[in-house]
Design a protein around this ligand. Structure first.
Ligand SMILES: Cc1cc2nc3c(=O)[nH]c(=O)nc-3n(C[C@H](O)[C@H](O)[C@H](O)COP(=O)(O)OP(=O)(O)OC[C@H]3O[C@@H](n4cnc5c(N)ncnc54)[C@H](O)[C@@H]3O)c2cc1C
Length: 421
């Protein structure tokens, strides 16, 4: 790895925001170290099936960014790495990074021989644990770096030995240990992103009890051909076609019991997800239960397009509870329609909870004077010295706005580096 100096920018988090900040800073000649806690970069965008409003696949944009990163020798990437501590001040930070062992080195050709001989299975984190993957695995087909990972659980077993023996290029290294690196850097960009609000916590909605109540992030994975149902839109309980689907907006958002903030993207994500149903089944139908639809600026056209469809209905109501019809495992939505003040108890094949975005940043490692707002997002202000937040570390944002935020953070970080020269 290139030696970090007070000319270096550290970026924590390799999602679309971290990748963007890295590319922008490196393409004007700055030295960048990008660290990512998962075994691959791309973040949660890589787990989305299609992008609103164009309904194109995120892989395309991710591949362009991967290519720009590969071509730039100024960017060094450390995967499976996290910040343990930060000390110092603007222009002169000392950061301790801990890197977990991948048990596979850079000789890996991603041939998959190790996965072929692996016998045990582990939860598939990429698919939100909805299915299993082998103990030797590529996190997903377009993962960058294209390098397998061996799960800790098999390292000291016969299976681990078999996996090592299967590799013809000597890429498996079962002796790898956790390592620690200390870096000197001028500026730090926090691009740690978001995590989905835990739908199990919304007790009245039964995500933890009813098979056919899923979250919006799980729905994205379900539609993906690499997802847990190989892209089939079916009910988790019995594999039957899910043709009549309800969407519950603000599931755990704008709610004092859970997340107080609006995540901004959930309305757009749901409008997009209705197309997954209507494009899959000619007789598919989607009902959206909402408080208000927040489709601003250029998204208004997309909202109007979906609103004009006969097979997508909008019901103005905060759903009070979800119960399950024991006969057929249909989720039943209960509440009051606030436009006509009718009580309803509507039955569906499946329900999707539009869960909010919660900041993923571990604030305990940040210096005390960093400004974190009441929702847990890092606010960019002068007290933060040479540290800047990018993308969903700063706020709940869509990809377009995350990229803008990351470009702005890169510019700020470059100014810190330049002021050291
Ligand atoms: C259901 C749903 C659908 C969506 N669909 C769309 C859509 O169609 N179009 C759109 O524009 N937006 C969509 N979004 C929003 C989109 O996912 C975000 O805008 C995007 O993920 C923000 O990227 P990010 O890099 O800021 O964060 P993330 O994608 O969360 O990336 C952050 C990265 O940082 C890493 N990280 C976190 N903590 C650490 C740490 N301590 N050390 C090292 N690494 C760390 C994470 O592992 C991750 O790789 C959707 C969101 C949801 C919930």
């Amino acid at each position: 790895m290139a030696i970090a100096t007070n000319q270096t920018i550290l970026i924590v988090g390799g999602g679309i925001s971290g990748m963007t900040a890295a590319i922008e800073a490196a393409e004007i000649g700055k030295n960048v170290i990008l660290i990512e806690k998962r075994p691959f970069i791309g973040g949660r965008v890589s787990q989305i099936y299609k992008y609103f409003p164009k309904l194109c696949f995120p892989t395309c944009g991710l591949e362009i960014n991967q290519k720009r990163i590969k071509q730039n020798s100024g960017i060094n990437i450390l995967t499976m790495s996290q910040v343990a501590s930060v000390t110092g001040s603007t222009g002169d930070y000392e950061v301790v990074i801990k890197t977990s062992p991948r048990y596979i080195n850079e000789k890996c050709t991603a041939c998959g021989d190790c996965a072929t001989v692996a016998t045990s299975e582990i939860d598939n984190e990429f698919n939100y644990n909805l299915n299993k993957t082998k103990s030797a695995y590529l996190p997903y087909s377009n993962a960058y770096p294209q390098r397998y990972v061996i799960d800790e659980s098999v390292i000291k077993t016969d299976e681990g030995k078999k996996i090592a023996d299967s590799c013809k290029v000597g890429a498996v290294d079962l002796s790898m240990q956790e390592s620690e690196t200390t870096l000197k850097v001028a500026s730090i960009i926090w691009a740690t992103g978001w995590q989905p609000f835990d739908a199990d916590k919304i007790q009245p909605y039964g995500h933890d009890r009813f098979d056919n109540v899923i979250s919006s992030v799980e729905f994205e994975r379900m539609m993906d051909p690499m997802g847990p149902t190989s892209g089939k839109l079916v009910r988790p309980s019995d594999g039957r076609d899910a043709k009549n689907v309800a969407f519950v907006q603000c599931a755990g958002s704008r709610d004092h019991n859970y997340l107080k903030h609006c995540s901004r993207i959930c309305c757009m994500a749901t409008l997009k997800q209705t197309t997954y149903i209507t494009d899959t089944y000619e007789d598919g139908k989607a009902d959206i239960y909402y408080i208000d639809i927040r489709a601003i600026d250029r998204f208004e056209d997309f909202y109007q397009k979906i609103k004009n469809k006969d097979n997508v209905n909008f019901i103005k109501s905060k759903v009070a509870s979800i119960t399950e019809d024991k006969k057929n495992k249909n989720p039943v939505l209960n509440g009051v329609d606030t436009e006509g003040y009718h009580r309803y108890a509507n039955s569906y094949d499946m329900v999707v909870l539009a869960v909010g975005m919660q900041p993923a940043m571990d604030t305990s490692i940040l210096p005390k004077d960093i400004t974190i707002n009441e929702h847990g997002f890092m606010e960019n202000n002068d007290n933060n010295g040479g540290m800047f937040a990018a993308g969903c570390a700063a706020d709940a944002l869509d990809v377009n706005r995350s990229v803008q935020s990351a470009t702005a953070a890169a510019l700020k970080a470059v100014q810190v580096v330049n002021s050291q020269s």
